[in-house]
Design a protein around this ligand. Structure first.
Ligand SMILES: [Zn+2]
Length: 339
């Protein structure tokens, strides 16, 4: 486990170093010759390793230099929800695909979930609505008190703003689709994480999703059976199992015939941590979560500022070009994006 952690650090610093040492022009060319976003990545890297905060002024294209229309890639979002995944256990596990996503993006291992009521319904409600439990009203898995009329899922908001968006939610834990997500193009509830993978691979192959939410439940199940801890091998093995499944999904994204014309933002987070074999309280083990934002449109490296569970879907909307209205009264904001 110590080895995995060291390798992890090596991978990330190597990636950061590569970005820093490459001349801006070369870095831009290497990253992606056709996108206007590529020079922005180089521009940010040149700002220094601490600059996870975006510097919009440094990222503007030169005056009079209009980007060719062909350079605009189709923005797409894949949100991967890993139920009950503690960030310290994720780091202890040999999770090569999640490590690669973090190395090619912005990440935090100290993201804050709801300060209490760390249940699945509460956490997924915060991720999907972009507000804390005090606003969405869900304090346990009975879903009583939910205020999704006032604070609907942001996937629904995206669909309302742009009905042309293809939106889908494929989940292992059915209540996410039954109680929370609504007004989108496709809702699919399946019985296993393996089916989340096969359905998603099929959709990526035969369909054209723009905004996709996935929910995996096996890690949470391992936590309840064996313990939520980086020291519990059954728990870290479960993380590695889902990590391999994520690898299959990422391969399917890259295998899309239109992949070269697409700009995928991959977001990964969780509803809550865990303590012993349970969760639901306000301890740091239960409320400390993680957030990964990966892709060509993200800044690179560990996010130095605070990040929150409510930020996940707000970041997705920003990438998709869906404007957030102040009347929505959101608690989250976009994090980790270049602009
Ligand atoms: Zn649970």
């Amino acid at each position: 486990m110590l080895h995995a952690r060291n390798d992890w650090k090596k991978t990330v610093s190597a990636a950061l170093l590569a970005g820093l040492l490459l001349p801006a022009s070369l870095a831009g060319a290497a990253a992606s010759p056709e996108t206007s976003a590529a020079p922005s990545i180089a521009g940010n890297a040149a700002g220094g390793p601490e600059s996870s905060a975006v510097q919009p002024d440094a990222l503007k294209p030169e005056a009079g230099q209009a980007a060719p229309a062909a350079a605009v890639k189709k923005k797409k979002v894949l949100v991967i929800g890993l139920d009950g995944t503690r960030p310290d256990a994720l780091q202890a596990a040999n999770a090569v695909n999640l490590e690669a996503l973090a190395a090619n993006g912005a990440y935090s291992w100290t993201t804050k979930a709801n300060s209490n009521y760390t249940w699945s319904a509460t956490g997924w409600s915060t991720i999907h609505t972009g507000v804390w439990y005090q606003k969405h009203g869900v304090k346990d898995n009975t879903w009583t008190g939910s205020k999704f009329g006032q604070y609907p899922s942001l996937m629904k908001r995206a669909e309302l703003y742009n009905p042309a968006l293809s939106t889908a939610s494929i989940v292992h834990w059915g209540p996410i689709n039954d109680k929370l997500v609504e007004g989108i193009d496709l809702e699919k509830t399946v019985a296993t994480d393996a089916e989340v993978v096969s359905d998603t691979v099929n959709l990526l192959k035969t369909g054209n999703p723009d905004f996709l939410f996935l929910h995996f439940d096996d890690i949470d199940h391992a936590g309840h059976t064996y313990g939520f801890s980086p020291k519990v091998s059954q728990y870290t093995k479960a993380i590695e199992g889902v990590d391999a499944q994520i690898g299959t999904i990422l391969d399917a994204v890259k295998a899309r015939s239109t992949y070269a014309q697409e700009d995928w933002l991959i977001l990964v987070s969780t509803d809550h941590g865990g303590k012993g074999t349970s969760h639901g309280g306000g301890s740091s083990e239960e409320t400390t979560i993680f957030l990964i934002a990966s892709g060509d449109s993200t800044v690179k490296g560990q996010l130095t500022g605070a990040t929150y569970q409510a930020d996940v879907m707000v970041t997705a909307l920003k990438h998709l070009g869906v404007p957030v209205s102040s009347s929505w009264n959101l608690d989250g904001r976009a994090v980790g994006l270049i602009q």
